[in-house]
Design a protein around this ligand. Structure first.
Ligand SMILES: [Zn+2]
Length: 314
């Protein structure tokens, strides 16, 4: 025969025993009967206490013995506002089960996952944009090296999209803002140019000595121009490396003007004149003259200069 409910339908004799403190065990999980007298409820609350096995059953549960209160680790971490974040003293299994079902606790369980998913989504989106910008930069670099007009940038991107290159659609942030425009192409080119310049200046700074290579020419009109390269030495491997520096307009094609232009170009890059140990050219008189030629003018600044003329055409 099943045991009778201990708090319901107590006969007079049982009530008397109850009031005297003689009760049956394991009554702590029962629902309170609103018809019970306050004295009965008080007596039953006295015997309810925290059960350590709840910590295993409910992994999120924490118990503070000093405060004699239970808290929910999940809700506390999620900064929820309920009795299990303040300290719950209702030591009943039903109280814990009710908390599990509560919207607050369910929300606290979901929020970390949502935040994690959002973070992963943002990272994926960001890495996609990074890849798209890298492809755009490489495209600009290729266009520049091949001497192709920058206006072909969008056409090249459309071609890459058509052959299945992924993430390029991320270059269009909105209908009005896109990294596919001619303006963006110039910005990319400018950024690449800055990076190359920085690299060039670093190599110049590290090289123990430098040879300036220069060649004079004219453009389609009769404007004098000077193209300047620098031959450097890697201080560790001792391998030479020739780098393009600039192609500038000259006021006149004299040795003095060429010499001044070469020194000015290196000065802009913080290279001292004493570091320029050689001059290479095609051997034209404006370059080789030791009196008024470029060699002569440069020797005045650096007596240790070595001529390496005629390397280009002879
Ligand atoms: Zn909770």
């Amino acid at each position: 025969m099943p045991p009778k409910k201990k708090t319901r339908g107590l006969c007079e004799g049982q009530r008397t025993l109850f009031n005297l403190g003689i009760t049956q065990e394991n009554h702590s999980e029962e629902q309170e009967d609103p018809t019970e007298t306050p004295t009965e409820t008080e007596v039953r609350k006295e015997v309810r206490k925290f059960q350590s096995n709840w910590l295993t059953t409910f992994p999120w549960l924490r118990y503070d013995s000093e405060k004699n209160a239970m808290t929910c680790d999940v809700c506390v971490k999620c900064k929820r506002n309920n009795t299990f974040t303040h300290g719950n003293q209702n030591f009943k299994t039903s109280s814990l089960k009710d908390h599990i079902k509560s919207t607050d606790h369910q929300t606290a369980l979901i929020v970390p996952n949502l935040q994690d998913n959002l973070k992963k989504s943002q990272e994926k989106q960001q890495s996609g944009k990074d890849r798209a910008v890298t492809i755009a930069l490489k495209s600009i670099y290729w266009i520049a090296k091949e001497g192709i007009a920058l206006v072909k940038f969008r056409s090249l991107l459309n071609f890459l999209k058509s052959i299945g290159v992924e993430d390029l659609e991320l270059l269009s942030l909105s209908p009005g803002i896109t990294y596919e425009s001619d303006y963006a192409a110039h910005e990319f080119l400018s950024s690449l140019s800055d990076a190359v310049e920085q690299k060039t200046n670093t190599v110049l700074a590290e090289s123990p000595c430098i040879t300036a290579l220069a060649d004079e020419s004219t453009d389609r009109t009769v404007t004098h121009r000077l193209v300047i390269y620098a031959q450097t030495v890697n201080p560790i491997s001792m391998q030479p490396w020739t780098m393009y520096l600039t192609n500038i307009e000259l006021v006149e094609g004299t040795g003095a003007a060429i010499s001044a232009a070469i020194f000015e170009q290196f000065e802009k890059r913080n290279v001292p004149k004493s570091k320029i140990m050689g001059l290479g050219s095609d051997g034209a008189s404006a370059m080789t003259g030791r009196d008024r030629g470029t060699t002569g003018m440069m020797l005045r600044e650096n007596p240790h200069l070595i001529n390496v003329h005629c390397i280009a055409h002879r």
